[in-house]
Design a protein around this ligand. Structure first.
Ligand code: PHB
Length: 404
């Protein structure tokens, strides 16, 4: 040691010091440790609670398949109940972004909550994978480079149905939906093709979201002379509307049609035979004949006590699949958000609904098909049997210019 020159000694010492100071920092920058936090804003109470449950279950199915670990990092879901109230959904979003510092955000179900979350998500550059809410504006004038939608825009399941109903069911139709943005979007999309196909709207009505007594509306429908009804209701609204439509004696003379949410398997058991014969448009039915769907239905039923997966579960599956694939592509590094956006944009895989991909124009999923389905009794009970389909249904994306 005493033969060491001062110069050599200083050199060795500073290297050693640099080693302790720099070593761990270099490690952290190279490979992030700690869990990957997925923030989830969904309704676990209220009219759409059954939707929140299906989405969550399917996400958990996918993460469990990965042993809750991607690229050596644990996946942690932080779930928040938005209680179907926009101010609560927005507050929970702020908490997940500002306090929990989530890596990726998912949800919500309610279009009004999505619209309320939008600016916070966009301004904080938080990646949001929408797992239900269909607000058309999010694929159009309010689109954001940080927002992707793995579910649908409200336009998508309804636009092909206008022409189909006019051609195959009736030209005298009464339309109805809950009185909020999703209701307006969905019926608006139906009208877009129904009226040019020669359809006549004999009436239009918007009960409040969460209505439990549809009698006044059913009276109006009876008096309108409608030959068919086209409706968007979901969750407990769908149960009440479909059952009361039957109890009111309208089923014998007026054909009930609508957006797929009206008779999804989350509500079919409660609707029972009242739902028989209802015709709806949707991007999914658990009866789809492809290997990914067959495996999904089997695994979902095995994990959740025989429960039939619905379109919401398919959305949860795809949301989790997009997340897992993107995290693998960046080797678990969630710091480079632009890189994450880039790999999410390129997501493409076999989903239970068919080949999944985002429209680069709007970041909204392109539906491989919109199926026209009829509720029939099949092996395993009541289900939505596909009777017709329209391929490659992409939201028009009007007014969206990405990257923005
Ligand atoms: C929505 O608010 O966007 C919404 C809610 C329930 C559905 C579909 C869309 O089933």
């Amino acid at each position: 040691m005493d033969r060491l020159t001062r110069r050599k000694f200083l050199g060795t010492a500073s290297l050693a010091a640099a080693g302790t100071a720099v070593g761990p920092w270099v490690l952290r920058a190279g490979a992030q440790s700690g869990p990957i936090k997925i923030g989830v804003v969904l309704p676990y109470s209220g009219v759409y609670a059954v939707l929140g449950e299906s989405i969550t279950q399917a996400m958990e199915l996918v993460f469990a398949r990965e042993n809750w670990t991607v690229a050596g990092r644990k996946i942690e879901m932080i779930k928040e109940d938005d209680e179907m109230q926009p101010p609560i959904g927005i507050r929970k979003t702020e908490k997940l972004i500002d306090s929990d510092k989530v890596d990726i955000l998912t949800g919500p179900v309610h279009s009004g909550i999505l619209m309320g979350m939008r600016d916070k998500v966009h301004n904080s550059k938080t990646i949001l994978i929408v797992s239900n809410a269909g607000a058309d504006a999010i694929s159009r004038e309010r689109c954001s480079k940080w927002i992707f939608r793995a579910s649908f825009s409200n336009w998508q399941p309804n636009q092909p149905m206008g022409e189909w109903v006019a051609k195959h069911v009736s030209k005298d139709v009464f339309i109805t939906a809950p009185n909020y943005q999703a209701g307006k979007d969905q019926l608006g999309a139906f009208k877009e093709t129904f009226v040019p196909a020669g359809g006549k709207l004999v009436g239009e009505d918007y009960p409040k979201l969460g209505e439990t007594d549809y009698a006044p509306y059913l009276t109006k429908i009876r008096q309108s002379g409608a030959k068919a009804v086209y409706a968007f209701f979901s969750g407990s609204d769908a149960v009440n509307f479909v059952k009361q439509f039957d109890q009111f004696g309208l089923k014998q003379s007026i054909k009930l049609t609508g957006a797929g949410f009206l008779t999804e398997p989350d509500v079919l058991p409660a609707q029972g035979r009242s739902a028989l014969g209802v015709i709806t448009g949707h991007f999914y039915t658990p009866l789809l004949d492809n290997p990914t769907n067959q495996r999904f239905v089997k695994e979902f039923q095995a994990k959740f006590g025989g429960k039939m997966p619905d379109g919401f579960a398919c959305q949860g599956y795809d949301t989790a699949e997009v997340i897992v694939r993107a995290l693998k592509a960046v080797n678990g590094n969630t710091q480079d958000k632009l890189k994450l956006v880039e790999v999410i944009e390129k997501s493409e895989f076999d989903s239970p609904r068919g080949r999944f991909r985002f429209d680069p124009k709007s970041h909204n999923v392109i539906q491989p098909f919109i199926y026209v389905r009829e509720v029939r009794e099949v092996a395993g009970g009541l289900n939505n049997v596909p009777i017709d389909k329209v391929a490659n249904v992409a939201d028009p994306g009007t007014g969206c210019t990405l990257p923005a």
